[in-house]
Design a protein around this ligand. Structure first.
Ligand code: MG
Length: 169
């Protein structure tokens, strides 16, 4: 088995004044939230932290090395692209599968509880992993510091991988 941890944080700015992109978390656009994420890609903290957790578990270079923000091909791109490539490396190069995933979003706003099921549905599809192996938690930052003041949002992901077996039971 292999274990990996990933962390990500992005700044939030008012969409009207900053021209930032809409806030996307776990592949879900946060409709009605008046702030957007400052990022080279779509700035999805959940996908970024999970991508890094998977890459870390298999000992590959991190997301910033594989998909540098200096590279124009990643500008505005959906972070599903990064996650998909990490999963391909995990399965095809290293021969591992997802055993389970535990994700902790830390953010004051937007409120993500109404979107959790949709995020999990996205992960089931992108990772080809069973729903009962994917857990998403969300907590506030108790009003403290930049995250607590909704000037940023962050996410931790922990992933456990198991060697793939080719035995069909
Ligand atoms: Mg990021």
């Amino acid at each position: 088995m292999r274990i990996g941890h990933g962390y990500d944080i992005h700044r939030l700015e008012p969409i009207e004044t900053s021209g930032s992109q809409h806030c996307v978390i776990g592949g879900v656009k946060m409709e009605g939230f008046n702030k957007g994420t400052i990022a080279h890609s779509d700035g999805d903290v959940l996908y970024h932290s999970l991508t890094d957790a998977i890459l870390g578990a298999i000992g590959e270079p991190d997301i910033g090395k594989l998909f540098p923000d200096s590279d124009p091909q990643w500008k505005g791109v959906s972070s599903e692209v990064f996650l998909t490539q990490a999963i391909s490396l995990m399965r095809d190069k290293h021969n591992y599968d997802i055993a389970n995933i535990d994700i902790t979003l830390i953010l004051q706003r937007p409120k993500v509880n109404p979107y959790k099921e949709e995020m999990i549905t996205n992960l089931v599809r992108v990772l080809s992993a069973p729903k009962d192996r994917i857990n998403i938690k969300a907590k506030t930052h108790e009003g403290l510091d930049s995250i607590g003041e909704s000037r940023a949002l962050s996410c931790h992901s922990v992933v456990l991988l198991q060697l793939r077996t080719n035995i069909t039971l």
